[in-house]
Design a protein around this ligand. Structure first.
Ligand SMILES: Nc1ncnc2c1ncn2[C@@H]1O[C@H](COP(=O)(O)OP(=O)(O)O)[C@@H](O)[C@H]1O
Ligand SMILES: [Mg+2]
Length: 351
C-alpha cells in the first residue's frame, strides 16, 4: 500500500502528507536564496506546523462535522448510548469511502421501504375499489326488485314471489360477502387463534364429501379419494379450519368443474414432518397468467362466470390465510382443458 493510497487515509495522515510536500518545496526554494542550512530547516518546520494545523483543523472540524451530521440524520432512530460511542470512536476511523457506502446502503434501504409503502397503498386502493364493486352488484339488484315490487308488481301474482326470491338471493350474497370479509379481517389482525389437535385427515375429507354430496349430485360430479393414498395419516392442525379449507377447495372444484366430472383428494406423506393434501378436478383449468394471483382477495380467473355462480372471490384468500397461520404453504397447479389441483402442507401428527 502506498502512502498516497487515500482509501484508508485518516485526516492526520492526509495532513502529514500535504504538510510535508508543501514545506519541502518551501525549504528547497529557501535553500536557493540562502546558503545557511538552518534557515531552510526553520522554514520547513514552521511551514509544516502551520500547514499541518490548518489542514487537519479544516478536515476534522469542517468536513468530519458535516459527515457526523449526515450520520446523525441517517441513524436518527438508533439507540442513543451506542450512537454516542459510534460518533466518538467508530466514525473518526471511517474513511470517506466507507461513509459513502454506508450512505448508499441507507438510501437503498429507504428506497425499499418506500416501495413497500407504495405497494401497500396501491393494494389498499384496489381493495376498496373491488369492495365497492362487489357490494354494488347485489345492492343494485335488490334495489331493482324492491322498487319494482313497491311500484305495483307486488299485486301481480305472476311475478311477485319471483322478484321477492331474487331480492332475497341478493341479500344472501351480501351476507356471504360480509361473513367472508369478517373472517379475513380477523385473520389479518391475528385475532383467530390456531388450536391444533391430532386427527386423521382422510376422516375429515370424507366428512366434507358427505356435506357436499348433495351439490355434487346436482352436477353429477364424483367425489373420490386418490387410489393408493387411503392409508390413514394423522395430522396436527386446527380441525375446523382445515375443514373450511377443504370445503372451499371442493366447492370451487364443484362450481368450476365440468358436469359429470371427478374430484379427487390425495394425502401424501412428504417426509417425517409433513403431510401434503391435494384436491384435484378434471375441469376447465385456470390459465397460466391467473395462477400467481388466484389467492388474492377478489381475484377471479373468469369474472362474469364466478359472479354468476355466486362466489365472493374470497374463498382462496381465506384458504391461504388459514394455511399461513399454520406456518404451512399452499400451491396451485393447473392446465387449461386438463384440470386444476390445489395442494397444501400440514404438520404430521402423532398416531
Ligand atoms: N377448481 C377450479 N377450477 C377452475 N377455476 C378455479 C378453481 N378454483 C378456483 N378457481 C378460480 O379462482 C377464482 C378464485 O376462487 P375463490 O377465491 O374461491 O373465489 P370464488 O369461488 O368466490 O370465485 C375463481 O373465481 C375461479 O376463477
Ligand atoms: Mg370459492
Amino acid at each position: 500500500m502506498s502512502i498516497l493510497d487515500t482509501k484508508n487515509a485518516t485526516p492526520r495522515l492526509l495532513s502529514t502528507i500535504t504538510a510535508s510536500i508543501i514545506s519541502s518545496i518551501n525549504a528547497l526554494m529557501s535553500l536557493f536564496l540562502v546558503r545557511e542550512w538552518y534557515i531552510p530547516l526553520a522554514v520547513f518546520i514552521v511551514t509544516f506546523i502551520i500547514i499541518y494545523w490548518i489542514y487537519s483543523y479544516t478536515l476534522e472540524h469542517f468536513i468530519y462535522r458535516k459527515i457526523k451530521l449526515i450520520y446523525k440524520f441517517i441513524y436518527q432512530t438508533k439507540a442513543t448510548k451506542r450512537e454516542e460511542f459510534f460518533y466518538n470512536n467508530v466514525l473518526p476511523q471511517k474513511s470517506l469511502d466507507e461513509v459513502n457506502q454506508d450512505v448508499r446502503q441507507w438510501a437503498m434501504q429507504k428506497k425499499d421501504e418506500i416501495e413497500v409503502l407504495q405497494a401497500n397503498e396501491q393494494f389498499r386502493k384496489e381493495f376498496l375499489m373491488n369492495l365497492a364493486h362487489e357490494l354494488r352488484t347485489p345492492i343494485f339488484a335488490i334495489q331493482g326488485y324492491v322498487d319494482t315490487l313497491a311500484s305495483g308488481a307486488i299485486h301481480d301474482d305472476a311475478v311477485n314471489m319471483k322478484f321477492l326470491n331474487s331480492a332475497s338471493k341478493g341479500i344472501d350474497r351480501l351476507v356471504r360477502l360480509v361473513d367472508d370479509l369478517d373472517e379475513i379481517s380477523k385473520f389479518e389482525s391475528g385475532r383467530i387463534p390456531i388450536i391444533q389437535e391430532n386427527f386423521v385427515i382422510q376422516d375429515l375429507i370424507k366428512d366434507v364429501y358427505e356435506e357436499l354430496s348433495f351439490k355434487a349430485k346436482e352436477r353429477h360430479i364424483e367425489l373420490l379419494l386418490k387410489k393408493g393414498t387411503e392409508r390413514q395419516l394423522t395430522v396436527y392442525a386446527d380441525r375446523p379450519k382445515i375443514r373450511q379449507i377443504l370445503i372451499n377447495l371442493v366447492e370451487n372444484a364443484l362450481k368450476y368443474g365440468n358436469e359429470y366430472g371427478h374430484i379427487t383428494t390425495g394425502c401424501y406423506q412428504m417426509d417425517d414432518k409433513n403431510i401434503y393434501v391435494e384436491v384435484s378436478d378434471d375441469g376447465p383449468g385456470i390459465a397460466e397468467e391467473h395462477l400467481s394471483r388466484i389467492f388474492e382477495r377478489f381475484y377471479r380467473a373468469d369474472r362474469s362466470r364466478s359472479r354468476h355462480i355466486g362466489g365472493t372471490g374470497l374463498g382462496l384468500a381465506i384458504v391461504k390465510h388459514i394455511i399461513e397461520a399454520h406456518g404451512q404453504t399452499v400451491t396451485v397447479r393447473s392446465k387449461l382443458g386438463v384440470g386444476s389441483s390445489f395442494g397444501f402442507t400440514l404438520e404430521k401428527g402423532k398416531e
